[in-house]
Design a protein around this ligand. Structure first.
Ligand SMILES: N[C@@H](CCSC[C@H]1O[C@@H](n2cnc3c(=O)[nH]cnc32)[C@H](O)[C@@H]1O)C(=O)O
Ligand SMILES: [Zn+2]
Length: 429
């Protein structure tokens, strides 16, 4: 056993109180051994947290990480137009090596902003899995299954790919799910089949649900039920499942999501940028829905900094509820840690003995974090990703004093830049 002590800082506890404490980690098992002010220098190694706040490594519960290659490529359009006119044609040209490079760049950005774990829906998933193993992050990965615009043979091979990927992946840090893209881009037959397979394989189902009104109306017209009920009738919405967005849902649907224990991943920046709408997040929290937080893909955000997302969630949550007390600081901080962990099915998100050692250490030594009346308020409203000093996942240090240890940042940026340029040249040829 090799132990690492994170010393001399203040720690965000699972009840969101903050107290002066050290954290002792077993680097061999990747677990937190103890959280105690008396640990001092007793670890085999130390990581300094003087003038710093130790928080659970943030969890980005819904993204498409390789979309970093499309950052800034197509902005200022609504979802359907944006996907059909710009994103899908460019994605059609993506190779496995492009996706690997995009994932590596995205993980560099996430680690630099204190994110230790994420859930990802994309394609060429084995390349993402390799990149995650190398970068040392925690991830739940799945192949996005889509039927719209595909022949029966293409649909069959897409479903097979989803299942193959989910069977193949699986390690200490990399887990899987079956990921039918959305209720309107996947036919009922395929959706039902995929969900049945997920139950047989004992993996969660993750999909996009009711992101825009354009996804709600066709379901009501065709089936005379709202999307959440339709999803449930297809076998979706088990407690281990998690859905992204849930912007356009009514009170009954909120009750249903609370009853089924399905996680909802709120993506406020993407919802604002694509003008998709304001999710009723405070109503979901009041009803007892498990709510996590995600950036969605970079092309609709346009970054992977979860501190932005936390603040956006608080701001839009107040507007949506027309109530300044809605989505209070502890609510949004909880969403990015415990809420996301509960959605995605990670044991992390809490600093306590026995939990995975996924942590971020933020420097408080900055004008924008002074004075320190309330550090949870600072996490929600004032901190940014660049305040993160160290990021740790599974007991391993991924960034120390802002230096990435598992990704060569210059190479990652260079390769992503070159591949992104070539990708766009192919797509526009
Ligand atoms: N496009 C793949 C499978 C889907 S992967 C997940 C997809 O979600 C897309 N995506 C990104 N952001 C959003 C969003 O906000 N809503 C819906 N889809 C999105 C993303 O571009 C990607 O194509 C295929 O044709 O086989
Ligand atoms: Zn998405």
């Amino acid at each position: 056993m090799t132990t690492l002590g994170i010393t001399n800082g203040v720690v965000l506890q699972p009840d969101l109180s903050v107290s002066k404490s050290d954290v002792l980690i077993d680097q061999s098992s990747g677990e937190i051994i103890d959280v105690d002010p008396e640990i001092g220098m007793s670890g085999d190694r130390q990581l300094d947290a003087t003038d710093s706040l130790v928080i659970p490594g943030l969890i980005n519960a819904h993204t498409h990480v390789a979309m970093t290659l499309l950052r800034g490529y197509a902005d200022d359009k609504p979802l359907e137009t944006w996907l059909r006119e710009d994103i899908w044609p460019a994605e059609a040209e993506l190779t496995a090596e492009d996706v690997r490079a995009g994932a590596r760049l995205g993980m560099a950005e996430m680690i630099r902003s204190g994110t230790a774990g994420f859930a990802d829906m994309y394609f060429h998933v084995p390349a993402i899995g390799d990149a995650v193993e190398a970068a040392g992050m925690r991830a739940r990965l799945g192949h996005g299954i889509i039927t719209v615009g595909k022949t029966d043979a293409e649909i069959e091979s897409d479903v097979e790919e989803g299942i193959r990927v989910a069977r193949k992946l699986g390690s200490e840090r990399v887990s899987t799910a079956l990921m039918p893209h959305s209720l309107t881009t996947v036919t009922e037959t395929t959706l039902t089949t995929v969900i049945e397979r997920a139950r047989e394989m004992d993996v969660p189902v993750h999909s996009h649900v009711s992101e825009t009104t354009a996804e709600v109306e066709p379901i009501i017209e065709e089936r005379d039920v709202r999307p959440v009920e339709y999803a449930r009738s297809c076998g979706h919405l088990q407690p281990e499942d998690f859905i992204a967005h849930a912007v356009h849902i009514d009170t009954e649907e909120i009750e249903r999501l609370a009853d089924t224990g399905t996680g909802v991943v709120h993506c406020p920046a993407s919802n604002m940028k694509l003008a998709s709408g304001m999710a009723p997040v405070q109503a979901m929290l009041d009803a007892g829905v498990t709510v996590g937080l995600g950036t969605d893909g970079v092309a609709s955000n346009n970054d992977l900094d979860m501190f932005d997302e936390i603040r956006d969630a608080a701001m839009i949550g107040k507007l949506a509820a027309e109530d300044a007390s809605a989505l209070a600081a502890p609510d949004v901080v909880r969403m990015a840690t415990q809420g996301s962990a509960d959605c995605v099915g990670f044991e992390s998100g809490r600093i306590e003995s026995g939990a995975p050692a996924d942590l971020a250490v933020l420097s408080l030594d900055a004008p924008h974090l002074t004075p320190a009346h309330d550090l949870v308020s600072h996490l929600a409203y004032a901190a940014t990703g660049s305040d993160v000093r160290h990021t740790i996942c599974d007991g391993q240090i991924l960034m120390r004093e802002r230096e990435l240890l598992t990704i060569d940042e210059a190479t990652a940026r260079e390769e992503a830049t070159k591949r992104a340029e070539e990708l766009i040249a192919r797509a526009e040829a």
